[in-house]
Design a binder for this molecule. Structure first.
Ligand code: ADP
Length: 462
């Protein structure tokens, strides 16, 4: 398993967090146990001093010193730790001293030296004793009462607890790490299943889709996103297949024409004029073919983002007039009326003048091609707030309503035979649409079958 895999990182994070939690819990538990042990011992010591004080308060005036000592001795054998106790008076004389404390020779503490009460731990002969010393006043005479408790048992219990924690921690940590790894594997298993299913989808079965789990979580979103990606891929592949098929069809026709014409030429000897005609036919088809190839190359470069435009601030009137001049040449032998209208003031746009001239020429050329003699073609430039608008309208054959949605599709032609005759491959409007889009503009068409068409280009003005 790679150390960069999600499973490993999840498992590692889980273990680290668990280890920190366990350490914090163990330390807190140990301190809490020690504090409660200390409190229990201290409370017991205070209680014992209180017992001695109340006994002395009641009995000291009624009993002689030996009697008091006897009472204390009796008392000291009762209760846990009762034999660790001593009392002395203001002169430092022992009123009572239990045998174990006497053996340990715990020094006197004058009531005057002791301000209030004091706890202290002492290590005596290998035993840890906790002392509580308190100055008391009985019938106005000061005394020091000292009681003690052996801590060894409590300390041993604490040590056992610590050992338990130290031994249990690695086991718990190991179990938690294994659990964390198992959980992360289980959580990620559906992702593996999705990626295996996604791997099975390729170019041959691009219509297949992943099963979407209705879990409302990331897994559902992942499957849906992948399915949406496959749909987009499928669309693109269909588009490319269609484009390739259309392109080869479009190129096959002129090439077979060139070939047939050349074959006719070589079949037998002919007069020079006939050869010239045949060669002219070949030249015409060759020119047409190279135009189609140029258009295809331009669209391919546009698709791959390699074709870029060089935009500058220009007056749209200049581009429109230049396109109109070139257009005039196309209808020298035609009985068509061509009207150009431009506004009096400049329409400044940010544009690539050559590319835009190409757009207007495509539209003018189409209008000429699809308008029978006797008709009229208008080229109009106008300005509305924020936009320059160029309209090319004609009184030609128009476009059927159901075809309007396709006019900008590549290779689409309403009438293939007729368009081809007139030199069209169905790529002009696709190129025009791409150029306009690159200018952040829009192009639309309005047409009535048999009555004429209007192509409208809207360009952002500066
Ligand atoms: P083409 O080179 O075939 O003209 P275009 O992409 O420029 O290719 O146009 C696509 C098709 O749209 C044309 O074949 C034609 O059927 C239709 N079309 C374009 N302009 C007009 C128009 N002004 N009037 C009628 N039909 C048109």
């Amino acid at each position: 398993m790679s150390t960069r895999s999600i499973e490993f990182r999840l498992g590692a994070w889980y273990s680290i967090v668990f280890a920190c939690g366990l350490a914090a819990f163990s330390i807190a538990a140990w301190f809490a146990m020690r504090a409660s042990l200390d409190r229990a011992i201290d409370d017991e010591l205070i209680d014992r001093v209180r017992g001695v004080e109340s006994f002395m308060d009641q009995q000291i005036s009624a009993l002689s010193l030996p009697e008091i000592r006897d009472e204390f001795r009796e008392h000291s054998v009762l209760g846990p730790g009762g034999d660790l106790f001593q009392v002395c008076d203001a002169r430092g004389e022992w009123l009572y001293r239990s045998v174990p404390l006497e053996n340990l020779n715990v020094p006197i503490l004058h009531p005057g030296d002791l301000h209030g009460a004091r706890f202290e731990d002492r290590n005596l002969n290998g035993r840890v004793l906790r002392f509580y010393s308190q100055a008391i006043a009985v019938h106005r005479s000061p005394y020091t009462v000292q009681v003690a408790s052996v801590l060894n048992e409590g300390l041993a219990a604490l040590q056992r607890f610590r050992l338990l924690l130290v031994l249990a921690a690695p086991v718990l940590l190991l179990a938690a790490t294994a659990g964390g790894y198992f959980l992360s594997r289980r959580a990620l298993a559906p992702v593996d299943a999705i990626s295996r299913a996604a791997q099975r989808i390729n170019i041959e079965n691009l219509t297949d889709r992943l099963e979407v789990p209705r879990t409302g979580d990331q897994l559902q979103r992942l499957s849906e996103t992948l399915n949406a990606t496959f749909t987009r891929l499928e669309r693109s592949v269909t588009h490319i297949k269609q484009f390739t098929a259309d392109a080869s069809h479009e190129l096959r026709a002129p090439i077979s024409l060139i070939r047939t014409t050349a074959e006719i030429g070589v079949q037998r000897d002919r007069p020079a004029a006939e050869y010239r005609d045949l060669l002219n036919d070949i030249l015409h088809e060759a020119e047409r073919t190279s135009q189609v190839i140029d258009s295809l190359m331009l669209l391919a470069r546009a698709d791959s983002g390699k074709e870029t435009l060089e935009c500058n601030l220009v007056d749209a009137r200049v581009i429109v007039k230049s396109a109109a001049e070139q257009g005039e040449k196309l209808i020298r032998n035609r009985a068509l009326k061509f009207t150009v209208e431009t506004p009096a003031s400049p329409v400044t746009i940010h544009a690539d003048a050559d590319a835009l001239r190409r757009v207007f020429l495509i539209l003018i050329d189409n209008a000429f091609k699809y308008t029978p003699d006797g008709g009229t073609v208008w080229l109009r430039l106008s300005a509305v707030p924020g936009f320059g608008i160029v309209e090319v309208s004609d009184t030609g054959i128009g476009i059927a309503r159901q075809d309007l949605a396709h006019v900008f599709d590549r290779f689409w032609r309403a009438d293939r035979a007729r368009s081809r005759e007139q030199g069209g491959a169905g790529l002009g409007l696709s190129i025009a649409e791409w150029i306009v889009r690159e200018h952040r503009g829009s192009i639309e068409v309005d047409s009535k079958h048999g009555r004429g068409s209007v192509f409208r280009v809207r360009l952002p003005a500066v």
